[in-house]
Ligand binder design. Structure first.
Ligand code: SAM
Length: 442
């Protein structure tokens, strides 16, 4: 079982510690090229305020080195696209930002398994250029969705349209990829417009009506009139739900599926499953909300609110994403036991979602404060799991001990394993407020 957080630059970590075709799902939420630094809040009785990570970019010798590295090892399409972008945009902040991400994208494509997927979380600042880099790395035919997540409700922008959404670019490594159909709940407006209470059976909850007939004339059983209603008169036939489609709580008569249509209709009516708007009107089947899985997830995410300062899961790490968003991506694009990688893991939201859904996981972050937050978060949400915190690559020290040293600024009692009850964790608990717990631990 892999549960690992690397402290270090993800380019080095990917090259040194993540083999080819070993990862099922990558989610990355890098800096967005916002042109500002992200600040870590002070923790009462503990960590100090300061810069968590910078998001200000300048073209430097390092940018040239990234570009050269791409030419020698990143694949000609990605290298060519990045070179073209630096020509088109000039060697300014945007090109510097893209040059930082391009070699990381090349590495992420390398470590993904053939059926793997990648989600890149960004915003409108650079999404159009990032899609070009991803097209070059994965092939434009492997762009599956551009997801918009409404992350804020208001934004004061006097002279343009207020930006309220993030964009998540979803690519797969190939045409055959892991995909689980996930449903989201119907919005309240849809529910209010389509579902109604059932005064005859209040315990069943709300229902909507669906057709009991199908288009086209038929002969025989499914054309027989029933209770004064003849479907054939409207060019239709009876299409009575099969046993499989009926609610699990409804006890079916023996051999329901073999009964003549009129007997099945009689049974459904006696069980209160048929809605008659008025005497003599067209009968409809009652589809109860409790039986509906919701709607298959769409590329416009409106049902997952951003984290507010008062959110239960909110930590003090800036740019933290909601757990529910990550759970959606992890559930849709991986299976239990799969390996999920977040190379810009921040406070560890992806790791938390992966653990909740019984996936293995690797997080990477270059900021000790992020690694510290993620490690504490996992320990608080999942008491008893052992989290491996790995040192920056190439430091020559053994993994566990080096990790403690590397973390010492942020956590004087840093330990390799996030096991609550060890002296370091107990000390940390004493000096800082406990983190709020995640789903399994909640
Ligand atoms: C937008 S935040 C991620 C937030 C995260 N999704 C969450 O929910 O908490 C980006 C993170 O990337 C990290 N980062 C920036 N450059 C990095 C690099 N080269 N290698 C590893 N991590 C990096 C920053 O320290 C920061 O924690």
């Amino acid at each position: 079982m892999i549960r690992r957080i690397h402290l270090g630059d993800n380019l080095e970590v990917l090259r040194d510690a993540v083999p080819d075709a070993s990862v099922d799902l990558v989610y990355l939420d890098p800096p967005f090229n916002s042109g500002r630094n992200h600040v870590l809040c002070a923790r009462p009785g503990g960590g100090e305020a300061g810069v968590a990570f910078t998001d200000v970019w300048r073209w430097t010798g390092e940018s040239e080195a990234w570009l050269a590295g791409l030419r020698s090892g990143g694949g000609p399409r990605l290298a060519g696209t990045m070179a073209a972008l630096s020509l088109a945009l000039g060697k300014g902040p945007m090109a510097a930002y893209l040059a930082m991400l391009a070699p990381r994208i090349a590495e992420l494509a390398r470590v993904l398994k053939p059926a793997g997927s990648l989600y890149l979380h960004c915003d409108a600042t650079a999404s159009h250029y990032l899609a070009l880099l991803l097209d070059a790395a994965f092939g434009p035919e492997n762009l599956r969705s551009k997801i918009s997540w409404k992350r804020t409700s208001s934004h004061n922008c006097a002279r343009r349209y207020g930006p309220v959404h993030d964009e998540i670019l979803f690519y797969t490594k190939g045409a055959a990829y892991t995909w689980n159909r996930i449903h989201e709940s119907h919005g309240e407006a849809y529910l209010a417009g389509n579902y109604r209470a059932d005064p005859l059976h209040p315990g069943r909850g709300r229902f909507k009506t669906s057709d009991l007939t199908g288009a086209g004339l038929r002969r025989g059983d499914s054309a027989t009139p029933w209770r004064g209603y003849d479907p054939g008169a409207r060019g239709r036939h009876w299409a009575v739900p099969t046993g499989r489609k009926l609610p699990g709580w409804l006890p079916l008569p023996r051999g329901y599926g073999e009964l003549p249509v009129r007997d099945r209709l009689d049974f459904l009516d006696s069980a209160g499953m048929i809605h008659w708007p008025r005497a003599g009107s067209v009968p409809h089947y009652k589809s109860y909300l409790s039986e509906s899985p919701g709607v298959p997830v769409r590329d416009l995410v409106l049902d997952i609110p951003p984290l507010s300062a008062a959110s239960r899961e909110k930590l003090d790490y800036p740019t933290q994403k909601p757990l529910a968003l990550l759970e959606r991506f992890v559930a849709a694009s991986s299976n239990p036991g799969d390996l999920v990688l977040d190379p810009f893991c921040g406070s560890g939201t992806t790791l938390h979602a992966a653990e909740n859904l019984e996936r293995q996981w690797i997080g990477v972050d270059s900021a000790p404060s992020a690694v510290d937050t993620a490690r504490r978060r996992m320990a608080a949400a999942f008491p008893g799991i052992a989290v491996d915190v790995a040192a920056p690559p190439g430091r020559g020290a053994r993994r566990g001990r080096a990790a403690s040293g590397a973390l010492s600024q942020a956590d004087p009692g840093g330990s390799r394993s996030a096991r609550p009850g060890t002296p370091s964790e107990a000390g940390a608990r004493g000096s800082r407020p406990p983190l709020r717990e995640g789903r399994r631990g909640r």
